[in-house]
Design a protein around this ligand. Sequence first.
Ligand code: GDP
Ligand code: IMO
Ligand code: MG
Length: 429
Amino acid sequence: MPAVTIVGMQWGDEGKGKITDLLASEAEMVVRYQGGNNAGHTVVVNDEEFKLHLIPSGILYKDVVCVLGNGVVINPRVLLEEMEGLTKRGIDLSNLRISDRAQVIMPYHPVLDRLEEEARTAWRIGTTGKGIGPAYVDKYSRYDAIRFVDFIDEDYFRERLKEVVEVKNRVLKKVYNHPGFDCEEIFEEYREYAKALRPLVTDTSLLVYDAIKAGRKVLLEGAQGTLLDIDHGTFPFVSSSNPTAGGASAGTGVGPTMIEQVAGVIKAYTTRVGEGPFPTELSGDEAKCLREGRGREYGVTTGRPRRCGWFDAVIARYAARINGVTSIIITKLDVLDEFDTIKICTGYKYRGEILRDFPASLRILAECEPVFEEVPGWKQDITGIRDYDALPTEAKRYLERLAELTGAPISLVSVGWEREDTIVKTPIW
Ligand code: GDP
Ligand code: IMO
Ligand code: MG
């Protein structure tokens, strides 16, 4: 049963899009299992860049079925815009499918997201403002959520929307002094979206099940990353879903025993967008060197500069355990090409003690001082290298040290943003 989950091992933006696209060349199906258009997955092919927010990163292959699973929160307006953008670029979307159980992001969700953030000062999460949190709140509270199966049922949708918008308007007006929404206006706009998307909506858990059962290669593409997981991340500075490997089963509707491998994508250094502690964070020239140049560390969804720091093996070890990773894919190694020396955080020092495990308390994490070891850089351009053994000795030593500290073997190493800029150490399939 060759199903593989692709999971981010840090705070997102590890290069999941690039890796999913590469592996999808041999796959039958790619499934997104959580998150929404807070994600920004970049795929670069022959100098042409695609920034995908909702559509799975297998879409550039005509024959790969791309599924938005039940765990995803979908803004229909954004999805249709993304589809239009891709169609204009000649991408065939005939294999795109949407789960009938996926949740709909309605226009009040992004508004509530922003208002919630503005209402706070010290505890701002720094969300992407796409309505992800409010949409998941509605899902779990159950009262006001609308699933795709209900969204495409026009009579049901109209009836449901009336009650939901009334409740939302009460909150918007009384709590946030916002004028609220006109239910009829939303209905008129959204019924058109529903009509356009209706042909794509189906029980996708069946599609995925049948593909895996038939021995076809299926990729389950995570968005965000382990430390943005609602249960296992740096709460409350997290997203509202489970990007970790456990979420892949719940978010697609296939049993965990049907997923054979978990490939953890991890950058050769660390980045983070939004608020919250970051033990190995750098400032000054070193941060600039990672962010500018080949790193291009600016958010795909919001354009915000990403905070940058050294590789954190405490995080890597934690993510390997939480996700049960079977191999790691190290990305953006080329970004370190110019450094004389490179630091690796091997542990945290907290009040004179060395912590072995990633702490739950952010107050503790904020006080943790990284314990670094320093290794020599390789000082040469590695983007053209395709063979692991051809890497400079220092680069190989660096990679092997990361694998040793993480406790998982390396399958792939990415040395550039182009699909081809990849070294296969051990094939995933
Ligand atoms: P995702 O959210 O995990 O899919 O990652 P993003 O697309 O948000 O961010 C990764 C960025 O790094 C994108 O701009 C990619 O094009 C780029 N990228 C991916 N792999 C590599 C690599 O090995 N080297 C370099 N220099 N860039 C890479
Ligand atoms: P990909 O899939 C990096 C961060 C936001 C914020 C927090 C909560 O591209 O790796 P949200 O809008 O989800 O409620 O924001 O999570 N965040 C991401 N950071 N990559 C992402 O996705 C992210 N999706 C959300 O910056 O700190
Ligand atoms: Mg991203």
